[in-house]
Design a protein around this ligand. Structure first.
Ligand code: ZN
Length: 171
């Protein structure tokens, strides 16, 4: 289990926490948190993601890396795949993603390739985050698409799930 990669520095940046976010967005993030919680029961690192279009959830996923022995089975990638399948199109131009933790480089790449409109994420990931922490892939002007970012949405809850998961593993 690659516990080291996420673990501690799961920052709940107080400044990011303070961002005022409409109740509707909090509801979608709560659904992502519920998915993250479901991952815990499977021994998966608790990260959940929801894709929303026109105010409706079109896909929901949690991390399935252990279950599927699949290094690419992060919640974001699975949610994007399911959203694209539901729409019958890989272009998710008017869709938004809600994910409990800052996406890694792979997921940020997938988000750009899906042409997503906006990403709301919970806690920062200082060890692998590719949206704010280590890289800023979603607003890199050298790429052919840029994605709006709203960090710190219910970040305390998301970080709490992860912290609890890793504490139980160590016991
Ligand atoms: Zn990822």
């Amino acid at each position: 289990m690659t516990t080291a990669s996420v673990s501690l520095g799961l920052a709940t940046d107080p400044a990011a926490e303070a961002a005022p976010v409409a109740e509707q967005h909090l509801d979608f993030m709560r659904q992502a948190l519920t998915a993250a919680q479901a991952a815990t029961a499977l021994g998966e690192v608790p990260v959940g993601a929801v894709v929303v279009m026109d105010g409706a959830v079109i896909a929901i996923a949690h991390n399935e890396r252990e279950t599927g022995n699949d290094p690419t089975a992060h919640a974001e990638v699975l949610a994007l795949r399911r959203a694209a399948a539901a729409l019958g199109s890989w272009r998710l131009t008017s869709a938004d993603l809600y994910v409990t933790m800052e996406p890694c480089p792979m997921c940020a790449g997938a988000i750009v390739n899906a042409r997503l409109r906006r990403v709301y994420y919970g806690c920062h990931d200082p060890k692998a985050g590719a949206v704010r922490s280590l890289y800023q892939i979603l607003d890199d002007r050298r790429l052919n698409h840029r994605v709006d970012v709203v960090p710190g949405v219910l970040g305390g809850e998301a970080a709490g799930l992860l912290r609890g998961f890793f504490e139980r593993l160590r016991r």
